[in-house]
Design a protein around this ligand. Structure first.
Ligand SMILES: [Zn+2]
Length: 149
C-alpha cells in the first residue's frame, strides 16, 4: 500500500486566520508536530481525509489558559487508510456530528470549534499521529505533515 501523508486543511479556508505550529506551549514532546488553526469559535471542523471515526468526546464545557484543563478537551480521532490517525481538539460541547465507527469523507463537517481543554484562544488543534501502544492518551507519537492539499 502506498503511504501518503496529504491532508486537507480541516477548517473552511475563508475562516482561517492563520496556521500556528509554535505558539502553543503544549506543542512539545509527542505533540511537537501538532498544528493550530486559528479560527473564530463555532467554525466548522472538517475531516482532513477519508477515514473511520474511532473516538468522539464532546461532553465537556470546561476550558481555558491553564494546564489543569488538559483533560477537559473535547476531541475526535479518525483512522485513515495509510495507518495514520488525525485528531481534532477543543471542540464545542455537543457539536459532534459523527459517531465512533462511522465512515467520513475528506471535507465532511465533523464538529465545531470550541474552547474546551487547555486552550489560549479559539482555534482547532490538529495532529496527525500513529499509535505506539494501545492507550489513546499516552501511547502515540505525532508525525510531521508534509503538505496540505
Ligand atoms: Zn495545539
Amino acid at each position: 500500500m502506498q503511504i501518503y501523508n496529504k491532508y486537507i486543511i480541516p477548517v473552511p479556508q475563508n475562516l482561517l486566520q492563520r496556521i500556528d505550529r509554535t505558539s502553543s506551549p503544549a506543542h512539545i514532546g509527542k505533540l511537537r508536530n501538532a498544528v493550530d488553526f486559528i479560527v473564530p469559535q463555532n467554525t466548522p471542523v472538517l475531516a482532513a481525509a477519508d477515514g473511520k471515526v474511532t473516538y468522539v468526546k464532546d461532553d465537556s464545557n470546561v476550558g481555558g489558559l491553564d494546564p489543569s484543563y488538559w483533560n477537559y478537551t473535547n476531541f475526535i480521532a479518525i483512522m485513515h487508510q495509510n495507518g495514520e490517525y488525525t485528531r481534532y481538539d477543543h471542540l464545542e460541547r455537543n457539536s459532534a456530528k459523527v459517531r465512533a465507527g462511522q465512515q467520513v469523507q475528506a471535507g465532511q463537517e465533523i464538529a465545531r470549534v470550541g474552547m474546551t481543554g487547555y486552550t489560549y484562544t479559539p482555534h482547532l488543534h490538529f495532529q496527525v499521529f500513529v499509535f505506539t501502544g494501545y492507550n489513546l492518551w499516552t501511547d502515540f507519537d505525532t508525525i510531521e505533515i508534509n503538505e496540505f492539499i
